[in-house]
Design a protein around this ligand. Structure first.
Ligand code: SAM
Ligand code: SF4
Length: 238
């Protein structure tokens, strides 16, 4: 008997845009050459086919399969672009929350959409935004999050929290920002933000370096000392 994998899947990831306002060097949008002297560029298929998903097409996909999607969860993870670059992100959000139990959205957080945050705040039990901010200052955040306005990113994360919604802070630990970790935990504690400390698992490119096992152990000591309950700390993989 063939197992229907879709029938057991609870999460559906939709790539609603391949536009991005940032240039994170080891994002899957980039070629990431093995030879670090070679230039790292946005993959040609993304440069040649810049596209936002048509909102009416999305609606049709959900409505044609409404019974199937009801009671399940969706995510705009943004594998090849940032979901907040979609001009109709509000329509996508409202409609998705009508159909799905939960919608998760990942973003570099440097968006100019405070009105959006206020307009969708009533969905706080169905909408979960993950703010990817990888530094306490613009200097450290911009090493990986090239081009992101860090002040704006923090403003958005704090506004979402002030609106009584579920802010999740995705902080990826690299060699260049590991010294920020203590301040990051303090900031998350002070502002009651759920913190997810991730480890960069991608291959290193130029100054974007994965932490070593020893560095991971140092960070683990900091995490233990802080004893913040409202956080996750990802395991280290060689
Ligand atoms: C590719 S991003 C796209 C969404 C959004 N633009 C962002 O950056 O969060 C989706 C997820 O991948 C994660 N990510 C990006 N670069 C990563 C890296 N080098 N190592 C681990 N996770 C990474 C982000 O933190 C985010 O949770
Ligand atoms: S913000 Fe997200 S999608 Fe854009 S380049 Fe960075 S990791 Fe990739």
């Amino acid at each position: 008997m063939t197992q229907n994998l879709l029938s057991t899947n609870r999460y559906f990831d939709f790539n609603i845009t391949n536009y991005c306002n940032a240039g994170c060097p080891t994002c899957k949008r980039y070629t990431i050459p093995d030879n670090s002297y070679e230039e790292n560029v946005v993959k040609p298929f993304l440069q040649q086919n810049k596209i936002h998903m048509d909102f009416n097409d999305y609606k049709k996909i959900l409505l044609f399969n409404e019974e199937f999607f009801m009671g399940k969860n969706a995510q705009f993870c943004g594998e090849f672009g940032d979901p907040f670059m979609h001009p109709k992100i509000e329509d996508f959000t409202l409609f998705s929350c009508d159909i799905f139990d939960l919608l998760k959205i990942n973003t570099n957080a440097g968006f100019n959409r405070k009105k959006y945050l206020r307009n969708v705040a009533h969905l706080k039990n169905k909408l979960c935004i993950f703010f990817s901010i990888d530094g306490m200052t613009n200097k450290t955040n911009n090493v990986y999050r090239v081009g992101v306005n860090t002040d704006l990113a923090f403003e958005n994360m704090l506004l979402w929290n002030d609106l009584g919604c579920k802010s999740r802070w995705d902080f990826i630990v690299f060699q260049h920002n590991m010294d920020d970790v203590e301040d990051v935990i303090d900031f998350a504690m002070k502002n009651e933000i759920f913190l997810i400390l991730k480890i960069n698992l991608r291959k290193s490119y130029r100054n974007i370096l994965k932490i070593t096992k020893d560095q991971y152990d140092q960070i683990r000591k900091v995490v233990k000392k802080k004893n913040y309950k409202n956080m996750q700390f990802q395991d280290y993989y060689e």
